[in-house]
Design a protein around this ligand. Structure first.
Ligand code: HOZ
Length: 441
């Protein structure tokens, strides 16, 4: 399942993508169905993808790319993994949607509870946005409190309560919130800098008894990749325990990726609730939230907290997700070791290339996720991530694209590696990055 990246910038053509973009702009706002993929912040028009296979994507003009978006996380096994395709074919033969319970939903819930010990019960939804939105409603109902604490530059989907100093597309577009979010909703969300223990203590000292939940990306992917420090992780667990606020981990990006049990396994933390997204659908639209049984039992129809969805637990999404999760569990040691090795190789290579070019760069990575920032500052929160030279990032992004590397089209997103990336793709990426830096510095 290997391909080849476009070797030279001279062969790079975008005529068909350009024509599709023109048609799209007439009927889809901004010509895209999600803002970041418009490539606006990196000074390019979007590339329309035709197909993907293994570690590669192929566009409508026939250009091929080593893919570092991986559908924003779920393609841990690469595109079109045979196990996932087989499971989908089997499920397809039985029907595409029932709107009634089916066996695969039960198997999925059992598997998630087995792999992630903090999860005793889980509810399927259709996206990470839905998962986070529902988890917060549940936390508010359970605690009888209304305030939510989040961190600047973290992104938990586009529900009203989260569009306060949010990362991802909002950071990319340079906006911190959105018209249409009622002031009354944003007032209930307190957003503070990531990794800032003093600020965290201050907020909990003042408002601890009113805080329903603290929600965070245990490793930030939506400001570019930012790792939590140890003191910060200790503080969040301690403060939640002491005040009765629920700790919600948004593992939409990190779940089943940085380790089989996600970031919570990596850091040895048991959050009260966890949100998952696309990763449990193996590339199909899905999400889930789960956690402590005494909290989850409050959800209707067992309890009184309402949340519902016709396509929740959709058989195709469950089949693809189960196939991927079972494969990951069966080959756990080899897979996570290999993904960590590949990420490390890329990290070292990009670091060396930047040093060679004399360009100030910070490379940040955890197994399977990596970002580069063009700054002298250590990147520990959104503010320091925003000191990156985004113009240079745009130039480098365009150079990578034209040489066959599809990197996330925003400084404020992380890249994702898959098991289908090999030394060959990693080394080619490093070579291209090196050449591009020499040209644009
Ligand atoms: N905001 C998404 C990743 N954090 C990107 C969604 C997309 O454009 O597909």
């Amino acid at each position: 399942m290997t391909g080849t990246a476009t070797k030279t910038q001279e062969t790079f053509k975008t005529d068909r993508s350009s024509r599709l973009f023109e048609r799209a702009r007439a009927v889809i706002p901004g010509g895209v169905n999600s803002p970041v993929r418009s490539c606006k912040s990196v000074g390019h028009d979007p590339i329309f993808i035709n197909r993907a296979d293994g570690a590669y994507m192929y566009d409508q003009d026939g250009n091929s790319y080593i893919d570092y978006v991986g559908s924003w996380g779920p393609m841990i096994l690469g595109h079109r993994h045979p196990r996932v395709l087989e499971a989908l074919e089997d499920a397809l033969a039985l029907g595409t949607s029932f709107g009634a319970p089916s066996r695969l939903e039960v198997e999925m819930a059992e598997l998630i509870c087995e792999i992630v010990p903090s999860i005793e019960m889980v509810r399927m939804v259709n996206s990470g946005t839905e998962a986070c939105m529902s988890a917060v409603r549940l936390a508010r109902a359970f605690t009888g409190r209304e305030l939510i604490v989040k961190f600047d530059g973290c992104y938990h989907g586009h529900a009203d309560s989260f569009l306060v100093k949010a990362g991802s597309g909002l950071a990319t577009l340079g906006i911190s919130s959105s018209p249409g979010v009622p002031e009354a909703a944003s007032k209930l969300t307190l957003s503070i800098p990531y990794n800032d223990v003093d600020k965290l203590r201050e907020v909990f000292a003042k408002k601890g008894s009113e805080i329903a939940a603290l929600i965070l990306e245990p490793i930030v992917g939506n400001s570019g990749l930012i790792k939590p420090n140890e003191e910060f992780l200790k503080a969040i667990t301690g403060l939640c325990r002491d005040t009765g606020a629920l700790l919600i981990f948004d593992e939409v990006m990190t779940g089943f990726r940085v380790a089989l049990g996600g970031a919570q396994e990596m850091y040895g933390i048991k959050p009260d609730l966890t949100c998952f997204g696309k990763v449990i659908g193996g590339g199909l639209p899905v999400g889930a939230y789960g956690g402590r049984k005494d909290i989850m039992e409050r959800i209707a129809p067992q309890g009184d907290v309402y949340q519902a969805g016709t396509l929740s637990g959709n058989p195709l999404a469950m089949a693809a997700g189960l196939a991927q999760l079972k494969f990951l569990r069966a080959n756990k040691d080899a897979i996570y070791k290999e993904i960590a090795r590949l990420t490390d190789r890329l990290h070292q290579g990009l670091d060396l290339a930047a040093q060679k070019a004399g360009v100030a760069a910070q490379i940040s990575s955890v197994p399977g996720m990596l970002s580069f920032f063009f700054t002298n500052n250590d990147v520990t929160d959104y503010e320091s991530a925003a000191t990156s030279d985004t113009k240079l990032f745009g130039k480098v992004w365009r150079g990578l694209l034209q040489s066959g590397v599809y990197w996330p089209p925003s400084q404020f997103e992380t890249s994702f590696l898959s098991l289908m990336h090999s030394n060959r793709e990693i080394d080619e990426t490093i070579t291209v990055f090196d050449q591009v830096l020499q040209e644009v510095k």
